[in-house]
Design a protein around this ligand. Structure first.
Ligand code: DX5
Ligand code: ZN
Length: 216
């Protein structure tokens, strides 16, 4: 099992105390930032202003997940935040290779996300152009949903397809202590968790628990 990074989702924080909430997850590896436009997904989250405030408040590298219908219109704006990863949805991009190239022009790692119904095999032609595959294990749009168990098999297939390429495999939606180990064993290398971490009595202890289950 490889080293697995943990990416708490900003969507699940109590925004009335953003600083304390972000401080409580300082031991994580990345900060997952969900941008929803009310069109690609049936919900609106927050935009670049809040993402920028989070970036200033946390020292974690950003892992930005764009759930928007027109990702090309927002790549430059979010690239200004210098995230580690900028991920767009396969289903939202008409000219995926062009969109991925424009992310790369900003010297940012390139991610592609797949909705639960989209086969991982559809990424095969562009594997040489991506740094991360984000497998949605819920239908995107809301935190706190139930994990779709078939996602574990999807992770396994993605890991097999990726082979020796240095491509991270991230899982997002309903991730918790209940499924983290199975996901890592299947080949996940980044786990996003929103409600599981921020609804825990101690987010820091929850992250420590995840690390323990991933290393034992
Ligand atoms: C869902 C988002 C997720 C969400 C995960 O559309 O992409 O990142 O914040 O939240 P939990 O971990 O609560 O399912
Ligand atoms: Zn997300």
């Amino acid at each position: 099992m490889q080293n697995v990074r943990i990416s708490p989702s900003l969507l699940a924080v109590d925004f009335t105390c953003l600083r304390e909430q972000l401080h409580s997850v300082a031991s994580a590896d990345l900060l997952h930032v969900d941008i929803m436009d009310g069109h690609f997904v049936p919900n609106i989250s927050f935009g670049p202003v809040i993402a920028e405030a989070a970036a200033r408040t946390s020292s974690l590298p950003l892992d930005i997940h764009l759930m928007v219908s027109n990702p090309d219109a927002f790549i430059a704006r979010f690239a200004q935040l210098q995230p580690s990863y900028l991920t767009i949805h396969y289903e939202a991009s008409m000219h995926l290779h062009r969109s991925l190239s424009s992310i790369r022009e900003h010297a940012i790692k390139v991610g592609v996300s797949l909705n639960p119904h989209t086969p991982v095999e559809w990424l095969e032609p562009i594997l040489d152009f991506i740094d991360l595959i984000l497998i949605m294990s819920v239908n995107p749009g809301f935190g706190g949903q139930e994990f779709i168990p078939q996602s574990i098999e999807k992770v396994r297939r993605a890991r097999e397809m990726v082979g020796n390429r240095p491509i991270a495999i991230e899982v997002d939606g309903g991730v918790s202590l209940d499924n983290a180990r199975s996901l890592a064993e299947a080949g996940a290398s980044i786990l996003v968790a929103g409600s599981a971490i921020f609804q825990a009595a101690s987010p820091a202890q929850y992250i420590a628990g995840l690390r323990q289950t991933l290393s034992s």
